[in-house]
Design a protein around this ligand. Sequence first.
Ligand code: BES
Ligand code: MN
Ligand code: ZN
Length: 501
Amino acid sequence: MEFGVKSGSPEKQRSACIVVGVFEPRRLSTVAEQLDTISEGYISNLLRRGDLEGKAGQMLLLHHVPNVLSERVLLVGCGKERELNERQYKQIVAKTIQTLNETGSMEAVSFLTELHVKGRDSYWKVRQAVEAASESVYSFLQLKTKKGEPRRPLRKMVFNLPTRKDLPLGERAIVHAQAISKGVTVAKDVSNMPPNICNPLYLNQQAAELVESYPSLSLDTVGEAQMEELGMHTYLAVGRGSENESIMSVIHHKGGNADDAPVVLVGKGLTFDSGGISIKPGEAMDEMKYDMCGAASVLGVMHTVAELNLPLNIIGIIAGCENMPDANAYRPGDILTTMSGQTVEVLNTDAEGRLVLCDALTYVERFDPDCVIDIATLTGACVIALGKHATAVLSQHNPLAHEIINASEQSADKAWRLPLWDEYQDQIESPFADMSNLGGRPAGTITAACFLSRFTRKYNWAHLDIAGTAWVSGANKGATGRPVPMLTQFLMNKANVSIDE
Ligand code: BES
Ligand code: MN
Ligand code: ZN
C-alpha cells in the first residue's frame, strides 16, 4: 500500500473516500463539521436520525454527500472525545482500513490523524496509522490454493495534517513506519511458515536472501561441525533428536564505524519444540512452530535497520534448532558442558531454549558487544505472569532496561520489567553439575533468565521473553511480528534518528 501526507481542508479533497471522525454522543469533529456546513446539514441530519452514535469503531459509509467533491465519506466513531487513547486510536485506524478494503475505495484521505491523542504528536499518529494499516491488511496466504483477496483493495492512503509545517514530520513517519512494517511482515511470514518447511536451514536461507538485498549486510553460517569445534554442546544436544541440522545464522549490519562496538540481538529459533523426551501434551502442540519467533523478530529487525540504513553496527543471531524425541535425543539426567565450560544437568528436555541460547550468548562474546539483547519464546510461565499483551524484560543492567522500556512506550509495543534478583538463582542449583536447566514452578520466567545470566557476565545484557506476545491463538491464529517495533525503536534511539531531520 502507498501512503502520503497532505494538509488541506476536507471539502476541497477529490478522492474516492474521505475519512472523518464523529465523537460520542453524536458530536461532529471539526473536520466533520466543515463537511456538514457545505452539505447544508446532511451529516448532522443523519446523526439526529440515529444512524451513528459515535461509539469507538462504529462506521457509516455515505455516498454522494451534497456539495462534497469526494465520492464517499466514511464517518468513523471515535468514542468520547476526551477519552480517546492510544489503544483506541490504533483500533479505530485498523477498523477504518478494513472497512475501506471491503467497500471498494481504492484510495482515501484520512483526517483521523487530526484527532487529539494524549501526549502524542503528528509524527506518532501517522506512524501508528501506517503500521496499523499494514497490520490490518496482512494475511498469510502462501500455502492456500485459493487466495480470496479483496476485489478492490485499498491502494493508497493519504493522511491529512493540521498545518503544512507538519508535512516533513509526517513524511518521515511514513518512511519509518514502512520500514518497521516491512520488518514485522518478514517476521510474521517466516513465523507462520509450517515447521515441515521452516527448519533451521530455511531460516538460514531467509537470512541469505535478506543479505543479498542490502549492501550493509553480510552473513556467517555456523553448522553442527563448527559448533562441535567451538564446544557448543548444549546447543548441539537439543538438536540431536532432529533430522534437521542445527544452524546458527549470524547476520552483520555494518552501518557504523569499523571500530564501533556492535549491538547484538540473539533470537531463539526453535523451528519446532515438541518438548523432546519430556514430550509436551498434544493440545495446541502445532503452536510450537512459533518457538522460532525470537529468531524471526531478529530477521525482521535486520531487514528494517538495513532499509533505514541505521548508522550502527548491529549483529543479528538466528539460533536455529529443532527439539524432537528420538533414539539419539538428549535425555533428562544428562549432564552437558556448555561452550562457556560450565556444566548443566538436564532435568527436563522441554527447557531447551535456554540450552540453545546459553551457547549462542557465549559465542557472541567474540564481538565485544556494546550490549546484547536476546529475544525468546522462553517460558509458558511468562504467559501466566503477563498474559498476551506485554513482553517481559529482564536485565541486571538498569540503563539498558530503561532504554528498552522507553522504546516500548514510544513504539506502542508493550513491555514490562520483571526482577532478576540473585535470590532466585538458588532455584537452579544442581547436586551434580554447576546448574540445572529447571527452576521449578515459582517464577519460571525469572529462573530461566537467571540461567541465561550466568552466560552473559562479560557484557551488558537484557532478555526479552515473548512467549505471550509473539503470536495469537484461536480464530485469528497468527504471528504478531512483535517485538520488531520496540527493538527497531531502541536501535533508532541509539542511532539518534531524529524525527524532524
Ligand atoms: N517454548 C517453550 C515455552 C512456551 C510454552 C512458550 C508455551 C509459549 C507457549 C519452552 O521451550 C518450554 O517448553 N518451556 C517450559 C520450561 C519448563 C520445562 C521449565 C515451560 O514453560 O513449560
Ligand atoms: Mn520447550
Ligand atoms: Zn521452546
